[in-house]
Each structure stands twice: as structure tokens, then as C-alpha cells.
Design a protein around this ligand. Structure first.
Ligand SMILES: Nc1ncnc2c1ncn2[C@@H]1O[C@H](COP(=O)(O)OP(=O)(O)O)[C@@H](O)[C@H]1O
Ligand SMILES: [Mg+2]
Length: 385
């Protein structure tokens, strides 16, 4: 814990390049963490490192183990196996109040009988900071979340969004080693959520703290995070930058959970060149894609709507021919639904511009994508191959 109470700007060069992290840079290290509730395995073999200053998001469907992992890190639930290291110290069984963590939950959890200023001061009083330092830290924290004017109000006199900003200020005020947030924006409406996402992201940039954030919303995770830890059925499915998860999903689950995707099924055919093979798609076409799987192997193929485009110049060998069922112009993006020979439907999207292709209902179109943008997953293991 800092004893200066200054909400400091991060030192430059605090974040090191990927792959060159020294041990002092590791704020949180989780190894082999496991938790069960009776017959339910809530978390299995979880390994995770957070570097100093990083913003990492646990993303996954409801029940995938995100809260279980966060609670174990917070010291609010005891794991059955595994280790948790905070700032290089073993903390697996350390009580929550000795872990130097700040927490924000979905339901604000402000004390209703205390003023806003008292709410923010509370963690400092608990830690027996001198009164004058508490006052300056509270003022600074309120200014950070742009709510200096409400210091003397009660929580009920604030909107939901304002209450959540106060909860964030309260978690930041004593400059904890790591800030944990469990679906903090889940109770807010869409517009407010978008604003708060940016606000929390800016606070992170301004303060340089280390954040472990939970959401089930993939867009929120991609927007806010340095790295995303995708969870599925109590396990970490993939850990990587938003870019890596979007362009190189490791599994079919990851490809389907993040972003929009078209799913086709097929079987690997003959090689076309050193890296590419034909993939005979049951939906009625032959794609050329990168895969290490042998001929005859069953695969799932994923393409994203914006990776497909009408092939006017016949540039690519990947071609899907179908009939346009529906066209939706929703502002900047135009979407078309195209029916393939076996009646399955693929989505295509492109930016709406005067020069881009105009789809018309009933037209027969040829869609294509590059061999890099037809992702191949082993039908049996679900892994990218
Ligand atoms: N206190 C509990 N008692 C029994 N089962 C629980 C408890 N907490 C969580 N679980 C179960 O553990 C699994 C993971 O839950 P959780 O970590 O809350 O998921 P998430 O936060 O990703 O929605 C779920 O199947 C859930 O039902
Ligand atoms: Mg949860």
C-alpha cells in the first residue's frame, strides 16, 4: 500500500513489452487454481499472470467461473488447490483485508447511511490514515470521477451511474495494488455503460493501476482490455490481446463467442500450395484455407461477416455462391443475408459507402474471402488446426 496517498501518474516505461516481463513486473500470479461446489467444478487449472499496469478482463458466458476466480484472488473464497501470488508474495490463504486490493461489484455496495465523501473515506479510515490526508485523497478521488459537487449527498440522491462512479472512486482511493471489478456496469443502461467503459479505461490510463475486470460482454472486453482471458466451463479457453482473440481464435468456442461469425462444415481435400488446402464445404463450395489437418479430416470453418465480400474481380479462390435474402442498412454498416445451396445462411457486412457493392434482395452473388480469413477448426477437438 502506498503511504503517500497521492493518486500518482504512472511512471513512463512502466509497462514492458510482451515477453520481456521481469518478476517485479508481475503483480498477480495465479497457478493451478481449482474450486468446486459439491459436484460442480467452478474453476479448474487456472493459470494467469497480470503485469504491473495491465488491464486484463475475464470474459465468458454466465457460469463459466469468472466470479469464482475473482473471489479467490480477492480472498473472499478459498480455493481447493493452486496458488495465488500478489506482488511476489504467496497470498493463497491470506485474509481479504491483508491483500491490498480494491473491489467494485455490480450492485454499487455503497453504505446507504453515509455521505458520498464518508463512503470514499471509509477504506482510508479503516486503514487509520491521518484526517488531513483522508480529506485530500477523498477530494482527489471525487475529482477523478467528476463528482466533486455531490460529496455531501447520500447514495440514494445519486443516479445509478453516479453511484457506480463513487464505488470506483472508493476502490481507487487508497491506491490498492490491484483493482478487481465484477461486472461493474451490468446494472446500467447501454448509453451509460458505453460512457462508463471509456471513463474506467481513462482512469486506468491516468492512474496506471493494475486491473482485473469481469464481464460477459465481449464488446466491452475488447474495448477496455490490454488482454482478455476467455473462460468456458470453469477453464481458461484463451488468453491474449483483443486483436489475437479476434483474428486468431484458438478454438471454435472462442471464434463463436467473440465477434460475429459464420459457421460452415466441411472436409479437408488436396493441398493447393505449401500452406493451403482445399476444404470441401457441405454448404456447397470449395474453399482454400490454411490447415495442417490431413485430407479427409472433418472441420468447422469460420469466417466473419466483414471478411466476406462480393467478388467482382475473381481475386480469391474462396467462393461462396448464394442468393441475397435480406439487406439491412443500419447506418455505417450494411448487412446482407445470403442463402447458400444447402439453405444455410451466411451474413456479410461492409461499410456503407457510395462506392461499395449494393446488395439487392433476390440477386445471386459470389462471395469470397482470402485463405487467411477462412479459419479452420478440428471437428473433433474444436481446436484451430
Ligand atoms: N456459492 C456457490 N454454491 C454453489 N455453486 C456455485 C456457487 N458459486 C458459484 N457456483 C457455481 O460455479 C460455477 C461458476 O460460477 P461463477 O464463477 O459465479 O460464474 P460466472 O461468474 O462466470 O457467471 C457455476 O456453475 C455456478 O453455478
Ligand atoms: Mg459472475
Amino acid at each position: 500500500m502506498s503511504d503517500t496517498l497521492e493518486l500518482q501518474q504512472p511512471e513512463s516505461g512502466q509497462r514492458t513489452a510482451a515477453g520481456s516481463h521481469s518478476d517485479e513486473q508481475t503483480k498477480l500470479r495465479v497457478r493451478g487454481l481449482r474450486k468446486t461446489y459439491g459436484a460442480v467444478t467452478a474453476l479448474e487449472s487456472a493459470d494467469l499472470d497480470l503485469e504491473k499496469g495491465e488491464f486484463v478482463t475475464l470474459l465468458g458466458p454466465s457460469g463459466s467461473g469468472k466470479t469464482t476466480l475473482l473471489m479467490a484472488v480477492a480472498g473472499l473464497s478459498e480455493p481447493e488447490a493452486g496458488e495465488i501470488w500478489i506482488d511476489g508474495n504467496l497470498a493463497t490463504y491470506l485474509p481479504a483485508h491483508k491483500r491490498d486490493l480494491g473491489m467494485v461489484f455490480q450492485n454499487y455496495a455503497l453504505f446507504p447511511h453515509m455521505s458520498i465523501a464518508e463512503n470514499i473515506a471509509f477504506p482510508l479510515k479503516m486503514r487509520r490514515f491521518p484526517t488531513e490526508k483522508i480529506q485530500s485523497a477523498v477530494s482527489r478521488a471525487l475529482a477523478l470521477v467528476h463528482l466533486s459537487s455531490v460529496a455531501h449527498r447520500l447514495p440514494t440522491q445519486l443516479s445509478g451511474g453516479q453511484q457506480q462512479r463513487i464505488a470506483v472512486a472508493r476502490a481507487l482511493v487508497y491506491e490498492p495494488s490491484i483493482i478487481l471489478m465484477d461486472e461493474p456496469l451490468g446494472a446500467l443502461d447501454k448509453n451509460l455503460r458505453d460512457d462508463m467503459q471509456l471513463e474506467i479505461k481513462h482512469l486506468h490510463e491516468q492512474l496506471g493501476g493494475t486491473f482485473l475486470y469481469v464481464t460477459h460482454d465481449q464488446e466491452e472486453a475488447l474495448t477496455m482490455s490490454d488482454r482478455v482471458c476467455l473462460m468456458n466451463h470453469a477453464r481458461i479457453e484463451q488468453l491474449g490481446t483483443p486483436h489475437e482473440l479476434y483474428f486468431s481464435p484458438a478454438t471454435l468456442f472462442a471464434a463463436k463467442f467473440i465477434g460475429e461469425s459464420n459457421l460452415l462444415r466441411g472436409v479437408v481435400g488436396r493441398p493447393v500450395n505449401e500452406s493451403c488446402k482445399e476444404v470441401h464445404v457441405y454448404e456447397g463450395c470449395v474453399l482454400v484455407a490454411k490447415t495442417s489437418l490431413p485430407a479427409g479430416h472433418g472441420v468447422n470453418v469460420v469466417t466473419r461477416p466483414e471478411w466476406l465480400s462480393p467478388d467482382r474481380d475473381a481475386l480469391h479462390m474462396n467462393k461462396l455462391v448464394g442468393e441475397v435474402l435480406e439487406v439491412i442498412l443500419s447506418g455505417a454498416v450494411t448487412k446482407a443475408f445470403v442463402k447458400l445451396p444447402n439453405d444455410s445462411v451466411v451474413k456479410v457486412s461492409s461499410l456503407t459507402s457510395p462506392t461499395s457493392h449494393r446488395f439487392h434482395k433476390g440477386d445471386v452473388v459470389t462471395l469470397s474471402c482470402s485463405s487467411d480469413s477462412a479459419l479452420i477448426f478440428d471437428e473433433i477437438t474444436g481446436k484451430r488446426a
